[in-house]
Ligand binder design. Structure first.
Ligand code: OGA
Ligand code: NI
Length: 337
């Protein structure tokens, strides 16, 4: 069955069958634990070497970390969340004008993940936007709410600055030149997914997003306070990452796993849903240029000069990613040497 928007103004009293996971593949929310030691890195601490070290340690051990004092203004973040809430509160007819399941569209509202291909759908609607360069894309973004374009453009610019700074620190942590990652990935793309997870009548039976790794370079995720949903796989356990005040969650994507020759891992993560409150998250994805060749630099090869993955272009990877289902396993496996 073709999936429909679930933020359609009506309340579901039971979970439609096409969202129900088989018994072994359910979230077991009652057993999930909070990730108490989730690293939080203060980018405003003034000690750059310390920041680089902490990021390197987090990328090696977890593939993820949170950042505070990150340079994105509080007002920018608050406005971003507010306009996201307003957007998803629009009447369903208004939202449907933007509906498309074609991943090549640069502005589209969709639902689940890959509704044509997957057998079981996910309890999520999302607005997906290409964001760089802004002048190529922002004009096609929603004009309702009226402040959408301006608010989201500002957010995208500030988050991009943060992402490029983080990639400098990650380069240094890998023992590479500060500009190595940013130079080798070319003029980097930027995409955004504004995720909306409505209240779910039976959250034990489904996911907002099932376990996946992100196909891009680096993801900067904004979570709303006071509602949880994001979980990471750590030592075989799914742990809930509680929203931390004024923080972003940063995770390594598949491209940094390939570029670092698997020193840094693209973290498995997922989103679970709940029955009492809708949840919004805003994921910003930095992506290599489509023509960028992804490979590990000489310094990161093993003693025999081997790398885990063959060289590929980002466009090749991206096409492969969208031709599969999220739960078909790690896409990077298909690029192994
Ligand atoms: C994503 C993602 C997690 C969340 O959009 O890729 O992993 O908590 N989102 O919404
Ligand atoms: Ni993700």
């Amino acid at each position: 069955m073709e999936a429909q928007l679930i933020s359609n103004g009506s309340r579901f009293s039971t979970l439609p069958r096409c969202y129900v996971r088989p018994e072994p593949d359910r979230p077991r929310n009652s057993e999930s634990e909070v990730y108490h030691n989730a690293p939080v890195i203060d980018l405003g601490c003034g000690d750059r070497q310390f920041i680089v070290q902490q990021i390197a340690a987090a990328c090696t051990n977890y593939g993820f970390f949170q950042v505070i004092n990150h340079g994105v203004a509080k007002e920018t973040v608050e406005k971003m969340l507010e306009v996201a809430r307003e957007f998803f509160a629009l009447p369903v007819e208004e939202k449907m004008k933007l509906f498309s399941n074609d991943p090549s569209k640069t502005t589209r509202l969709s639902t689940s993940s890959n509704p044509h291909k997957e057998k079981i759908h996910n309890w999520r609607d999302y607005l997906r936007l290409h964001c760089y360069p802004l002048e190529n894309y922002a004009r096609d973004w929603p004009s309702n709410p009226p402040s959408f374009k301006e608010t989201v453009s500002q957010y995208c610019m500030e988050v991009r600055e943060l992402g490029l700074r983080l990639q400098e620190a990650i380069s240094e942590g890998l023992g590479l030149d500060k500009n190595y990652i940013n130079n080798s990935l070319g003029e980097q793309g930027q995409h955004m997914a504004i995720n909306y997870y409505p209240q779910c009548p039976e959250p034990e039976l489904t996911y907002g997003l099932p376990a996946h790794t992100d196909p891009n370079t680096l993801t900067i995720l904004l979570q709303e306070m006071h509602v949880t949903g994001l979980q990471l796989l750590k030592d075989g356990k799914w742990l809930t990452v509680r929203p931390f005040p004024n923080a972003f969650v940063v995770n390594i994507g598949d491209q940094l796993q390939a570029l670092s020759n698997s020193k840094y891992k693209s973290t498995w993560h997922r989103a679970v849903v709940n029955s009492h409150k809708p949840r919004i998250s805003v994921a910003s994805f930095l992506c290599p240029n489509n023509d960028a060749i992804i490979k590990a630099p000489r310094q990161l090869l093993d003693e025999e000069n081997n790398s885990f993955y063959r060289e590929f272009t980002y466009s090749e990877y991206y096409e492969k990613f969208w031709s599969r289902n999220l739960d078909e396993g790690h896409c990077l496996e298909l690029f192994k040497n």
